[in-house]
Each structure stands twice: as structure tokens, then as C-alpha cells.
Ligand binder design. Sequence first.
Ligand code: ZN
Ligand code: FE
Length: 260
Amino acid sequence: MYLIPISAFADNYLWLLHDGKRALVVDPGDAAPVLQALEQHALQLDSILVTHHHQDHTGGVEALRKACGAKVYGPATEQIPQPFTPLHDGDTVHTLGLDFHILEVPGHTAGHIAFYTPFCNFDGSIKPLLFCGDTLFSGGCGRLFEGTPTQMLSSLDKLAALPGDTVVCCAHEYTLSNLRFALAVEPGNADLAAYQARCVHLREEGRPTLPTSIAQELLINPFLRTRQPSVAAAARRFDPSVHDDNTVFAAVRQWKNQFK
Ligand code: ZN
Ligand code: FE
């Protein structure tokens, strides 16, 4: 399988996964760049996977369905363009010869889902693959528009429990600004400083910092590290009232919201 991050809007990635003939796209906020990529690689679009209802993830669904006849899969409890196959936690989507397991990951939106397959063959190397929409970003996580910090922490816990070598496809290129914040939380994290240097270099060359991996994020992402003493201590400096995992997480999220 081949994985292509299609750039759209200011900083979205519309992920295209294909086997040389057939393709799926995740969260197509815009149809035009997807149609262009399909034509360029002579691909037939089989399926459209949607993680949540926001316009920058669904704006191209109708046009792509019309143009390609692709099947649409999305979260059962969110308003996305009809008709689509509604998905719940534990469901499986079979497409392109892969089985994607559905994880409900509320927080950014109330019904947000992620698509996970344990076995994806990339040029002979078999890896787990995750499409996580706006739940997990490299160095960060989605804003809590419809969910509570407790919900988001438990959603991120589900993702953090996936195998370390999982290829993680996030929907936005927010990495550098996330890492500036991450370094304010953990100035002594050497893995974080090294990762930032690599990401700065990638962006200078105009390349994506994504996909990332679960193992990488566990080393550097403050939102997956709220149980680390260094992160909990920083959260307590921001908000002296923090006293457990959920309040540490809530404080770090609040700190990030106001971080400049
Ligand atoms: Zn969103
Ligand atoms: Fe988004």
C-alpha cells in the first residue's frame, strides 16, 4: 500500500491510501485535490472514511461520491453528508483488502471516531495504521469543542495503547507550533528537542512532519505524557489546584489554548 498526504486549505492533510489501482481517502474537506491525485496516479476511489463532522473534513464528500461512486463511512452519531454507513466503537470496515477497526474517541467532537488496521503492507513491511482525524496531532491533540478533558484523556489513552510502530496519520500539520508549546511544558526533554530539530528541517524542505508513530508521540507529546512527573509538575505550576490525571490533562489543555 502507498500513503499520500494531500495538502488542502492552510494546513489540512487529506490522506490517500492506495494499492496502485484502488484507493481510499480520509476526511476529504475538498474534492478537487483528491480528484487530481486520483487522476495523476490512475486510481479508482473505493471508499471515503470520515472521522468527524467538521467542514474541513467533509466538504468534498458529496462531490467525490458523485464523481467516483465511492462508499462513505462515518461516525454514527454525527451529521455528515448522507447516505453513509454509520459506525460505532468495535465495528469493522473492510476496504482495499484491509480491516479497519473503529475506535470511538470523543473529545474534539462528541462522536469522533478513528480508523485502525493492525496489518498494512507498505512495500513488504507490515505495520499497523491509524487515521485519527483531529484527536491526536504530532506533539498535540485536538481542541475540546464538544467533549470534556476526561473524555479526551480516555480517548488518547486508547490511541496511546496501540503498538508503538503504528503509522499515525493526523489531519493537520500543526507539529511545529505544538512542539513550541511542548518545550514550554518539558524544557528538559531531550527527545523533544531532537524531534523538533528534525521537524524544523522537514518543514524547511517543504515536507510533511507526518505520519508520526505512537512510540514517537509517547516520547514527546505532552497530552500523552500527563502522567509523567515532569508534565504533572508543569501543570501544577500553571494551575496549583490540579490533583489527579484528569485535572492535570485539563490544565495542560487550557495552558495550550492560551499559549502564544
Ligand atoms: Zn475538526
Ligand atoms: Fe480539522
